[in-house]
Design a protein around this ligand. Structure first.
Ligand SMILES: [Zn+2]
Length: 195
């Protein structure tokens, strides 16, 4: 009984001591409680901001930033999953299969710095209503994925028309991309030192 009473007294004292403190903090430090800002700060620290740069895994060419990622769902995807590809940010990854039975996991982007190879093809498209062109790395020519444009467009358009349209997008193969901050965290020894 003595202990219980003591405990209750302690809790009361804490109440008296802490409550004014909390009010004080909220009144005078309005920035102390701003969950939105807190998240933004954490995101920045973790390098997970939408400014994260994505590179060609083969040559390091800059292809896109995190903010360019734009989910375009397709009913033809074999599966669709969320991943924390860009650090803490959730990115949707879809799995597709081509007529040769090759499967590709892709992330869709509003835009990316790639080379497109027109004319666009309407057949075997993974996104109904859109025809596709192959997209390669402008520097090392690695096949990075595909670019999609509305089927009713001419088969060949200019890069400017493609880039300025809101109806175009790209699907880039996940494992052919690399995050810049991950790349710079790797310790690499130039080949000239190892031979
Ligand atoms: Zn490349």
């Amino acid at each position: 009984m003595v202990y219980k009473r003591g405990l209750r007294l302690l809790i009361k004292q804490l109440d008296v001591l802490i409550m004014p403190y909390i009010s004080f903090v909220l009144l005078f430090y309005p920035t102390a409680y701003q969950p939105g800002e807190a998240c933004a700060a954490v995101a920045k620290e973790g390098g997970t901001s939408s400014a994260a740069i994505l590179l060609c895994r083969a040559c390091g060419h800059e292809l896109a930033v995190g903010a360019d990622i734009h989910f375009v769902p397709s009913r033809l995807a074999l599966s669709s999953r969320n991943d924390t590809f860009i650090g803490g940010r959730t990115v949707n990854i879809q799995l597709f299969e081509n007529p040769h039975g090759n499967q590709f996991e892709v992330i869709t982007f509003r835009k990316a710095e790639v080379t497109q190879h027109w004319p666009a093809d309407k057949h075997f498209t993974w996104f109904p209503g859109f025809s596709w062109t192959v997209a390669t790395c402008p520097r090392c020519k690695t096949h990075l994925g595909w670019a999609f444009q509305p089927t009713d467009w001419p088969d060949t358009v200019t890069k400017t028309i493609f880039e300025e349209s809101e109806h175009t997008f790209l699907a880039l193969i996940t494992h052919r991309l690399l995050r810049e901050d991950f790349a710079s965290s790797l310790l690499m020894t130039p080949k000239s030192f190892t031979s």
